[in-house]
Write a protein that binds this ligand. Structure first.
Ligand SMILES: Nc1ncnc2c1ncn2[C@@H]1O[C@H](COP(=O)(O)OP(=O)(O)OP(=O)(O)O)[C@@H](O)[C@H]1O
Ligand SMILES: [Mg+2]
Length: 278
């Protein structure tokens, strides 16, 4: 059998590439070799030295980037499938740090560091509490952290208590549902304190928080409640919940100021006027 290997032996030559003093082809962009010399021909086994193609530096980098992109795409697809479990809140991970308007640089930098030091923080089960009045950017920042971690291929979910309470109410396998939360290395629980105030709700919230605490995995909680309200709840049931939340969230970031939604509404009103009135 005669196999033509000439194509395999040839380096891919592009404009600007050149032959070096050693007789090998060099890349015109990164000036590293696109060919190497082997003492034996790898395809025929003959002991004649052979010149074979090799990836220059920029080709190696491009290959690595393509491999990373492919891995990320596979991870994103797996996450999208996982989020169909009903736990995930649609739009809960909409925002990224690139959208930040630089109004709160310190708070944003702390959230960025949470992403940067994720491995260390996760090892210590250190979660974060984002608290403050309405429209101050708590959900926005939680979402930025979530997306920052998704880019590191960390499984994240953003949900809230009303959604989890509905799921728990619908299922007979409550423990299984609580266990499923631990497939997410970071759990974002948005809006603690807005759920209906009933003994049943409090019991389920306790179960959710307790299950997360036992899993040893971090949580980010956002809430309109003040630290004072979290530290001194009026009922014993909520004392047991908030005590755990505070233990699980040693990083506490207070967001202050007026609701950003008002400013956003003004901007959008102006855009609408321009579109409609020309
Ligand atoms: N750092 C930021 N940069 C740009 N836009 C922001 C920032 N923080 C918040 N926003 C925008 O401001 C609006 C309100 O923010 P967000 O929903 O995060 O507030 P919140 O504190 O979660 O409010 P609530 O207490 O009502 O849940 C959103 O439209 C959000 O996209
Ligand atoms: Mg919010």
């Amino acid at each position: 059998m005669n196999i033509d290997i000439s194509g395999l032996m040839k380096a891919h030559e592009e404009d600007g590439d050149y032959t070096g003093d050693d007789g090998l082809l060099y890349c015109g962009k990164c000036h590293t070799r696109k060919q190497m010399r082997l003492p034996v021909n790898p395809f025929t086994g003959s002991s004649d030295p052979a010149i074979v193609p090799t990836a220059c530096q920029c080709q190696q980098e491009a290959d690595k980037e393509a491999e990373e992109r492919e891995k990320q795409e596979r991870f994103n697809q797996a996450m999208r499938t996982r989020w169909e479990d009903g736990i995930s809140r649609p739009g809960g991970l909409r925002h990224t740090f690139s959208e930040d308007d630089h109004v709160k640089p310190q708070e944003v930098a702390a959230c960025q560091r949470y992403v940067d030091y994720w491995e260390e923080l996760k090892a210590e089960n250190i979660g974060m509490l984002l608290y403050g009045s309405v429209g101050t950017g708590k959900t926005f920042l939680a979402s930025c952290i979530g997306n920052g971690l998704l880019e590191k291929r960390v499984p994240v979910v953003s949900t809230n208590f009303p959604r989890l309470l509905n799921l728990l109410q619908e299922t007979r396998e409550k423990q299984k549902l609580l266990d499923r939360l631990s497939v997410y290395k970071l759990l974002i629980l948005d809006d603690l304190g807005v759920e209906r105030d009933s003994a049943y709700a409090a019991e389920q919230i306790f179960n959710i928080i307790d299950a997360r605490g036992s899993s040893g995995l971090p949580v980010i909680v956002t809430t309109n409640l003040t630290l004072e309200e979290l530290e001194h709840p009026t009922s014993m049931q909520y004392a047991r919940i908030y005590d755990r939340v505070l233990e699980m969230c040693p990083i506490r970031i207070k967001l202050t100021g007026d609701s950003r939604r008002r400013g956003n509404a003004e901007k959008r009103k102006k855009i609408a006027q321009q579109i409609l009135l020309g």
